[in-house]
Design a protein around this ligand. Structure first.
Ligand code: BGC
Length: 745
């Protein structure tokens, strides 16, 4: 059944932002439209269906995929439109040459999951998001695109823009965290980074906004699970990053494995037809997720593969990734009228349009240039960018007695732990072409930055830490040192797709290792690697200092060392809440007051609270310390009243009152006090990264307009309601420094 929401309501709901992907507005678009139409006149139905069929290359052949030789024969026969998991100039040239043997010589699109770097590995996306640094994030995506595009790739399956508030879900690692506003800003930055100024430039690739939609809300954080949510929640929280990606020009969308309110996203006309291609007038194409067309059968939504093909394309899924539903059944479905020719044509048109836009008809090999591959992949400036963003991503969670930064003066530092000398674990998941041997481990980074300090090392246990046999050696090294740096956390394969965990405490015996080291009485700095928030209460209470480094990439060891020795003053802020226990999940800073708010943790009787736990998070969204201090003062509003379309400027002074230069990420939150739909206690509405020298201060301003105050009402109409708004500025969602009230007339 179709969702009863009208197009008009949807377009109003989603706002009136200029649609970057609108009509064939300029001459170039019209010219491409003409070329596509001419080509399509020559195509048989089978050839059209071929354009919608995407196969995986040699590296990953799915359980139902045909033999590799059959795939190559199909390419030659013009039955394939795109191939994923093929990379490198040599391979892409070889396979493209087969496509050019087909009757109409339509080139293939080569796609790959270039999620956080191609050869140069950047921090995992959640880590990078902790930088709140749009320029660095855009540059990271641009370098990934440049390297991939030099190695024959036209199209990356990134960015993942799923809002995710359940750290049991291993894929929180791939996104921007829990917040819709921050996530939307990052979605746009990543799309701009991957695609550059114009599609078709050979230092850019097509981006994919995925997974459309609401995949991040899988029930209980179990991957691929069902999603059930109100349209209000969908519109308010989960769709805006996709809209931001579409507005930024994302060339493609990928749908998702989950059902949304009972309908698989892949067969969901409400999502793909009404919202994406209808209200948003999206002009790119939608690729299914891996086999997700076929998976509508086990979901119980399609009777068989043929039914799945019909339901998916009619609902707006243009390309079938490794599903074999379109390749085997679409031609017949068009003949029997279950799928209209116009529906097939629309999907084919969207895909061919992109092939023309990339310039593949002019030169099918333009991304596969051996000389460029060699120079671009060897570009050392890429490592510098990876180091820069890795440093900006490392969150200083705790710094007891200002233990950090470490002094280099004649100190003995014991670097210990299963992840201390690991290279693989620094890269995280989704590494496609990383040069493992060149990854700088934490130990290597510490050694090369140590100056006069003496570094000793003990692994204590292997990654996974299932045995304590090496603990004695580690304890001895700790006892002989002045300070211990302990590198623990998740291994690279404990977060990511299909890596949901019901227990997100430290795996293996790592907490026991911490306890043994702490018992030496030596100060312990914990460096934690992970793709998600972990629960580590003992360490949070007892470690002297904690830095959260995520999976920081190729330059991870140098980034960690720079932070620990103070060559980089940490500035990152958490893009996702860290709970105290799995029982608090899902936990986000987006909280509602309820009719029974907790005002005093000592009195939770008949309150909206847990009686067996502190009710705050362990570390709140937006938290992150620095080696300096920032003072907020003097907040003013240009007017306490806002009328009509008037804008109000909120200003305040930020001063660096500490001893070293540092960067603060100032955050603007607001609460709509009374409204037709209850609003959260705080919603992020703006932020700015401000770098200040010791003693320096600067006046910071945010502009507030009606849009800032707007939300979706129960009719899903976007708008602001008159009344009072609380404005809050601070250093974290739980560290508000200044408040004021604004009235909207
Ligand atoms: C993932 C996608 C990915 C695709 C292709 C799927 O399993 O969900 O995010 O892009 O595989 O590798």
């Amino acid at each position: 059944m179709k969702n009863p929401i009208t197009h008009r309501a949807l377009s109003l709901a989603i706002g009136t932002a200029t649609l970057a992907m609108g009509m064939a507005a300029n001459a170039q678009d019209a010219q491409i439209d003409r070329k596509v139409a001419e080509l399509m006149k020559k195509m048989t139905v089978a050839e059209k269906v071929g354009q919608l069929h995407q196969l995986s290359g040699r590296q990953f052949t799915g359980p139902t995929s045909s033999a590799y030789a059959d795939k190559l024969a199909d390419i030659r026969a013009g039955k394939v439109g795109s191939m994923l998991n093929v990379k490198g100039v040599a391979d892409t040239r070889e396979i493209q040459a087969l496509a050019l043997q087909s009757r109409l010589k339509i080139p293939l699109l080569f796609s790959l999951d270039v999620i956080h770097g191609y050869q140069t590995v950047f921090p995992v996306p959640l880590g990078e998001s902790a930088s709140w640094d749009m320029e660095a994030i855009e540059l990271s995506a641009h370098i990934a695109a440049k390297e991939a595009a030099a190695a024959g790739i036209h199209w990356t399956f990134a960015p993942m823009v799923d809002v995710a508030r359940d750290p049991r879900w291993g894929r929180v690692m791939e996104g921007a965290g829990e917040d819709t506003y921050l996530g939307s800003r990052i979605a746009a930055a990543r799309v701009h980074g991957f695609q550059g100024k114009q599609l078709g430039a050979t230092d850019s690739v097509m981006a994919t906004a995925k997974h459309f939609a609401a995949y991040g809300a899988a029930i209980a954080g179990r991957d691929y699970n069902a999603v059930d949510m109100s349209n209000q929640q969908l519109f308010e929280t989960y769709l805006p990053p996709f809209k931001a990606a579409a507005d930024a020009g994302a060339a493609t969308f990928m749908n998702s494995f989950n059902t949304l309110n009972g309908v698989p996203a892949t067969g969901n006309a409400f999502l793909q037809r009404d919202i994406l291609k209808g209200a948003w007038k999206y002009k790119g194409f939608v690729v299914s997720d891996w086999g997700s067309v076929r998976e509508m059968v086990p979901h119980g939504y399609a009777a068989d593969l043929s039914d799945a093909a019909v339901k998916a394309i009619n609902a707006g899924s243009d390309m079938d990734m490794e599903g074999y539903a379109y390749s085997q059944h679409l031609e017949a479905a068009v003949k029997t009228g279950k799928v209209k020719m116009a529906t097939l044509d629309d999907a084919v048109r969207r895909i061919l349009y992109k092939k023309f836009e990339l310039g593949l008809f002019d030169d099918p090999y333009r991304y596969s240039d051996a000389a460029r591959e060699k120079t671009v992949l060897g570009d050392v400036s890429h490592r510098a960018a990876a180091l820069d963003v890795a440093q900006k991503s490392i969150v200083l969670l705790k710094n007891g007695n200002q233990l950090l930064p470490l002094s280099r003066e004649a100190r003995r530092i014991a670097v210990i732990g299963p992840l201390a000398d690991s290279q693989r674990d620094l890269e995280g998941g989704w590494v496609v072409q990383g040069e493992r041997a060149k990854v700088v481990s934490i130990l290597e980074g510490m050694r090369s930055h140590a100056g006069k300090a003496e570094i000793s090392y003990a692994q204590a246990c292997a990654p996974g830490c299932t045995s304590n046999e090496g603990f004695a050696d580690a304890v001895a090294k700790a006892a002989a040192a002045d300070v211990v740096v302990l590198a623990i956390g998740e291994t690279w394969d404990q977060s990511g797709e299909a890596k949901s965990r019901s227990d997100i405490t430290l795996p293996g015996q790592q907490e026991a290792l911490f306890n043994a080291l702490k018992a030496t009485g030596k100060p312990v700095v914990v460096v934690m690697l992970a793709g998600r928030p972990l629960v580590f209460n003992t360490i949070a209470d007892q470690a002297d200092a904690i830095v959260y480094a995520w999976f920081p990439g190729s330059e991870g060891g140098n980034a960690v060392a720079n932070v620990l020795f103070g060559d980089y003053n940490p500035s990152a802020k958490l893009p996702i809440t860290f709970p105290r226990s799995v029982g608090q999940i899902p936990l986000s800073y987006i909280q509602y007051n309820t009719g029974r708010p907790v005002t005093d943790e000592k009195n939770v009787v008949y309150k909206s609270a847990y009686i067996d736990s502190v009710n705050t998070p362990r570390y709140a969204f937006g938290h992150g310390l620095s080696y300096t201090e920032f003072k907020y003062s003097g907040m003013t509003l240009s007017s306490p009243l806002m009328n009509g379309a008037q804008k109000v400027t909120l200003s305040f002074d930020l001063a660096n009152t500490g001893k070293v230069e540092g960067t603060e990420i100032v955050q603007l939150y607001l609460r709509d006090m009374v409204s037709s739909v209850v609003r959260p206690l705080k919603e992020l509405k703006g932020f700015e990264k401000v770098r200040l020298k010791p003693g320096e201060s600067r006046r910071i301003s945010f502009t507030i307009d009606r849009d800032t105050l707007s939300f979706f009402n129960s009719q899903l109409t976007w708008g602001a309601e008159a009344g009072d708004f609380k404005l809050m500025v601070g250093s974290a969602s739980d560290d508000i420094r200044l408040e004021s009230t604004l009235k909207l007339n």
